[in-house]
Design a protein around this ligand. Structure first.
Ligand SMILES: [Zn+2]
Length: 211
């Protein structure tokens, strides 16, 4: 319920209002009169934006602009998350994955940069644009790359199709899919099975530390 919108409680540009600050919300008691003249008193919390809440937590969240991470104390924008803790969790999860040698062909995914790479030169190029450690790559054949947090990708293959699954619900009881159609499905499935290129690649469960 919006109670009031005053110049004081509008968000000023670049203003930081912490969730636990007095500015974010305040306890209030409001007298409300219904259409039939009955007066009731509501005790709750008024957010900085002028909305009434029954609970303090909701009001504070509505009234703040920033939150403090309970784990590390980092301040982050509300409606987002603590990147510092998220990065730590991501790195820990990556370090727990088994190491695998890269064949130089399978797609790689960089957890840190959220990028896919299919060739070594793409990684070198990417680092050249974003990093100044390019000489390191030029000087060595195999370079340990841990900052990128690379994982080996796994292919997503085309899957074969079953005519009875596709037309399930349309085929009458004791009915059958037409032989001509079944034969066409068989031909299609043979092509799908013989097709070697995957539809796409998705991050797998093994990490690569050297390229
Ligand atoms: Zn944190």
């Amino acid at each position: 319920m919006l109670i009031c919108q005053t110049p004081e409680n509008r968000t000023k540009k670049d203003e930081i209002v912490m969730r636990d600050s007095a500015q974010a919300a305040q306890a209030v008691s409001v007298k409300m009169t219904s259409d039939d003249g009955k007066v009731t008193e509501f005790s709750g919390w008024l957010s900085r934006g002028g909305y009434l809440f029954e609970d303090e937590r909701g009001a504070r969240y509505h009234g703040c602009t920033h939150c403090k991470c309970e784990r590390c104390g980092n301040v982050y924008l509300k409606n987002s998350y603590c990147e510092r803790c998220s990065d730590k969790r991501q790195r820990k999860a990556w370090l727990e994955k088994p190491i695998v040698e890269w064949d130089g062909e399978t797609f790689l995914y960089s957890v840190a940069c959220q990028e896919y790479f299919s060739e070594r030169c793409e990684i070198v190029e990417y680092l050249a644009e974003s990093d100044n450690r390019i000489e390191e790559f030029a000087a060595h054949d195999n370079v340990v790359v841990v900052d990128l947090m690379l994982v080996l990708c796994k292919p997503v293959e085309y899957h074969t199709v079953d005519a009875y699954d596709i037309y399930d619900g349309d085929i009458p009881e004791d009915g059958d899919v037409d032989d001509e159609i079944l034969q066409a499905f068989d031909e299609l499935n043979a092509k799908i099975a013989a097709h070697k290129r995957p539809i796409c690649w998705v991050p797998g469960e093994q990490r690569v530390i050297e390229i």
